[in-house]
Design a protein around this ligand. Sequence first.
Ligand code: HEC
Length: 175
Amino acid sequence: MKLKKIVLTVAASVASLSLVAFALTFQEAGIESPEGKSIMLKDVPPEPRLYAIPPDCNLKDEESIKKLAEKGKKIFNTTSKGNCVACHCAKDSKGCGNIGPSLVGYRNGLFKAPDYRGNPKTIDWLYQKIADGRILIPKELQNIPYYNIMPVHITTGQLTAEEVCQVTAYVLSQE
Ligand code: HEC
């Protein structure tokens, strides 16, 4: 009887020790508790930046706007580019979303309404809005989810300055 008890005790100790060793192996391999914060923080976009319209981006001349807008339309509707159509409608766009305001008739409509600080919108404002709009949102609106949705395009490398020029022209062509 006594021997049986000793054997059982030894067996139980060996079993629990191997369980601890098993758990330690997993912890070392980083399987048990990956450090979530550092994984998530690497996706936070860089600080907001101001952008000027490049000298070769002519958004003052109607003919130039029309030409640039042809390429801008593609960027607006292409998932791997602007994908603006996921949230905004434009004239004749297919399957557009309504997460952001409709940009149909933009130039004679919403563009004429004052910005969030009560100032008139300009073409420079529009370019900045699409390049990295975060700077244009006043502090008191920044924590309201609607004003955090619009993606950042140049600072994140999603679009080049030239592509933002073209898609800005497309938005301006919505009359
Ligand atoms: C994930 C959704 C989403 C995507 C994608 C998106 N936007 Fe927006 N956009 C919004 C929301 C929401 C607003 C309104 C709040 C704000 O001003 O940020 C907005 C606002 C705007 C405005 C400001 C209108 C005004 O005069 O007040 C313009 C212009 C605009 N978007 C253009 C674009 C363009 C061009 C693209 C693609 C390059 C794009 N958006 C992609 C959600 C989006």
